[in-house]
Write a protein that binds this ligand. Structure first.
Ligand code: KIV
Length: 273
């Protein structure tokens, strides 16, 4: 076995992500919400799997991430954890389970860790939720921050457009990132902000910055699996690179199956007992 193979088989931890940043090795992250997909992307070598609250959109068909519940996130997290051997698994704390007060935030994070067996949680926001993040960190639960476009605040923003183009919002983002680093978060997702701002933050903090629509200066990249595999055809923002057309593959396969059943071609003699 080559050294490279051994390294690739080694479990990814929060500490290892920080070492990757120090070495200048980019971090790959994708979302997953179920056992079968998580197994495929883990075996393909992804570094981090995010059980994102985007499950609300791509799994449940909701328009926003707001409706997904803690029980549903635990269900998805548990399914993913059963499949994953190498990647670090992070589960999103859903809307309404951590903004109220820090005790509630800790109780939500503990439920995720205990019931899904995930290895870290992600929360959206900066200074406003500092107390909640600190309390979760004090319990020994690793926290990934999320700044920039935070989809749980879509009703406040009123748009999914690029965030922090204005100086005041950019300055707050930089201050929030520094604060998240200082209190002990192991990484920060930065979503849909100008590339030079995300690169500046990545240069100023020692923890990995994982970008989505935040340019190539980040320490790693994250995409929603359904978007990059072309399962979710209706969503094509500029930042998205499609690596497959699974919707097309599925459509053709299902049409062929329907035709084969109708014509009596399926099952044939070798496909029956
Ligand atoms: O829920 C999610 O999928 C996310 C990514 C967009 C980073 O938070």
């Amino acid at each position: 076995m080559s050294t490279n193979t051994v390294d690739n088989a080694r479990k990814v931890t929060t500490r290892r992500l920080i070492e990757m940043k120090q070495r200048g090795e980019k971090i790959s992250m994708l979302t997953a919400y179920d056992y079968s997909s998580a197994r495929i992307i883990d075996e393909a070598g992804i570094d981090v799997i995010l059980v994102g609250d985007s499950a609300s959109n791509v799994m449940a068909g909701n328009v926003t991430t707001l409706p997904v519940t803690l029980d549903q996130m635990i269900y998805h997290g548990k399914s993913v954890m059963k499949a994953v051997k190498r990647a670090l698994v992070i589960v999103d704390l859903p809307f309404g389970t951590y903004q109220g007060n820090s005790k509630e935030a800790l109780a939500s994070a503990i439920r995720i860790m205990k019931e899904s067996h995930a290895e870290a949680v992600k929360l959206e926001g900066g200074a406003e939720i500092r107390e909640s993040i600190e309390r979760i960190l004090c319990a020994g639960i690793p926290v990934c921050g999320h700044l920039g476009l935070t989809p749980q605040s879509i009703n406040k923003f009123g748009t999914y457009a690029v965030r922090a183009r204005e100086e005041a919002e950019a300055a707050k983002l930089v201050a929030d990132a520094r604060m998240l680093e200082e209190i002990g978060c192991f990484a920060i997702v930065i979503e849909k902000v100008p590339a030079d701002l995300a690169a500046r933050v990545a240069g100023e903090v020692s923890i990995p910055i994982i970008g989505i629509g935040a340019g190539g200066g980040c320490d790693g990249q994250v995409l929603v699996m359904h978007d990059m595999l072309g399962i979710n055809r209706g969503f094509s923002p500029r930042f998205l690179r499609r690596y497959a057309d699974l919707a097309g593959v599925m459509d053709a396969a299902v049409k062929q199956y329907v035709a084969d059943v109708k014509s009596g071609d399926f099952p044939n003699d070798s496909e029956q007992y």
